[in-house]
Design a protein around this ligand. Structure first.
Ligand code: SAM
Length: 285
């Protein structure tokens, strides 16, 4: 196992992303009918936190571990911490579960997930992780391109109506990622119009994100909800000041589901000037 991504795993951005992700999955579980999750940028599924080299600068210490130290937290946050703890020995934090593992832990027998990963080594780790889980398909390659092959989702030739597409790219190309995301969202909604889509985005300087929001809100969707956590003011372009999730077609009244968790995230993960945002970009009709 290598430790390439362990430095970031469990940081404030992962906390926000994974709390929202689990809340989405839980909302699908209110009905018995199956749902499908496509994770276009899945990563390796589990990140070790316990090596000497990663101990030096572990971002989880200012993220998930700060929450672990709190005696009482909102239900949504507790639910997330339980999911992280489920992948660890009692009382210890040696690994951080990534999005596909968190989702897989929550799937029922009738639900399905497809996880795409471009980097060979990461994809191999992911394949090994889900080797014995028939509900999870691992697809090495470009997650954006895979949308065409995997949507609309089907099980044994029958379409699955409900579900989620998580788009969580590394933004290595910075702002050039946004046109790719918009194209992927357009393709997704053409193939699977009722899909819920969740896009993670970093907040360094707000200017660059606004154009993306405008374009996304103009897609053929019923609603768009924005969730953000800024751990410090967004005036330093070189640091990850915060992050957000843009949710297209979220479940009914999903803002009310998330709202109780937001003040706790700001208090426990934020520095001076921290803030949160929970706002409809497009109100449900
Ligand atoms: N979603 C994961 C989680 O929450 O645990 C983390 C994903 S990490 C931010 C982004 C991942 O996307 C990296 O593992 C990277 O190798 C992979 N990646 C980069 N470009 C990709 C592409 N075009 N298709 C699929 N995966 C890609």
């Amino acid at each position: 196992m290598n430790y390439r991504h362990a430095f970031h795993a469990g940081n404030h951005a992962d906390v926000l992303k994974h709390i929202v992700l689990l809340a989405l999955v839980d909302s699908f579980k209110r009905k018995d009918s199956p749902f499908f999750v496509l994770d276009t940028h899945a990563g390796r599924g589990r990140y070790l936190l316990s090596s000497e080299e990663s101990r030096k600068t572990l971002e989880a210490e200012d993220g998930v571990m700060r929450l672990m130290a709190q005696p009482q937290l909102p239900e949504l946050v507790e639910r997330y911490l339980k999911a992280v703890q489920a992948d660890n020995p009692v009382g210890a934090m040696v690994a951080y579960p990534g999005s596909p593992l968190l989702v897989a832990q929550a799937l029922r027998a009738q639900d399905r997930m497809a996880a795409c990963e471009l980097q060979e080594e990461e994809a191999a780790a992911l394949k090994a992780l889900f080797e014995h889980d028939g509900r999870v398909g691992v697809h090495p390659g470009d997650g954006y391109a895979m949308i065409r092959a995997l949507l609309p989702p089907k099980v044994n030739g029958t379409k699955i109506g409900r579900g989620l597409v998580l788009i969580d790219p590394p933004y290595e190309v910075q702002d050039a990622e946004y046109p790719r995301i918009l194209a992927a969202l357009g393709e997704t909604l053409t193939r699977w119009p009722q899909a819920t889509c969740a896009v993670w985005f970093p907040i360094k300087q707000r200017r660059s994100i606004l154009h993306f929001f405008r374009k996304a809100a103009a897609l053929p969707i019923k609603s768009a909800l924005l969730v953000e956590l800024l751990v410090r003011p967004d005036d330093s372009p070189l640091r990850l000041n915060g992050s957000g999730m843009l949710l297209l077609n979220p479940p009914y009244q999903f803002d009310r589901v998330l709202a109780p968790a937001m003040p706790a995230l700001k208090t426990h993960l934020g520095e001076k000037g921290a803030s949160t945002r929970l706002e409809w970009l497009k109100q449900p009709a």
